[in-house]
Design a protein around this ligand. Structure first.
Ligand code: AMP
Ligand code: ZN
Length: 116
């Protein structure tokens, strides 16, 4: 996808603070961190949202999810972290290339936001 910012990061057309890469997946720090640790795990393949995941992408999604605790520990989250996948308009998704937010730090994170 030519204009997708995360595809540009995958193609290295935009710099990122990368913390992990393999054939299918990369992870990099969020540019606007919501907590001391805040990185994103994305598939290299352009998949727009969690709605668009297909049955044959089960192992890809599983690999991404399994990376979350491994990388979280490496980044200093020894005592918990939060995983978020914003999906679609109501979910507050801003970048339409599937990504898992991994968020953590030393202190307990604030409660999840509730909408009215
Ligand atoms: P979402 O609302 O779930 O779509 O979140 C998109 C996230 O991508 C936000 O937390 C942004 O701060 C982050 N983001 C946008 N552009 C970049 C970038 N070039 N490098 C790293 N993170 C980015
Ligand atoms: Zn993309």
């Amino acid at each position: 996808m030519d204009n997708c910012i995360f595809c540009k990061i995958v193609r290295k057309e935009i710099l990122s603070n990368k913390i992990y890469e393999d054939e299918e997946i990369i992870a990099f720090n969020d540019i606007h961190p919501a907590a001391p640790v805040h990185f994103l795990i994305i598939p290299k393949q352009h998949i727009e949202t969690l709605y668009d995941i297909q049955d044959d992408q089960q192992s890809l999604l599983g690999k991404m999810m399994l990376l979350a605790p491994k990388l979280a520990k490496e980044q200093g989250c020894q005592d918990g972290f939060r995983v978020v996948i914003n999906t679609g308009r109501v979910g507050g998704q801003e970048v339409f290339h599937l990504h898992i937010h991994v968020i953590g730090g030393r202190e307990r994170l604030s409660p999840m936001v509730h909408s009215g």
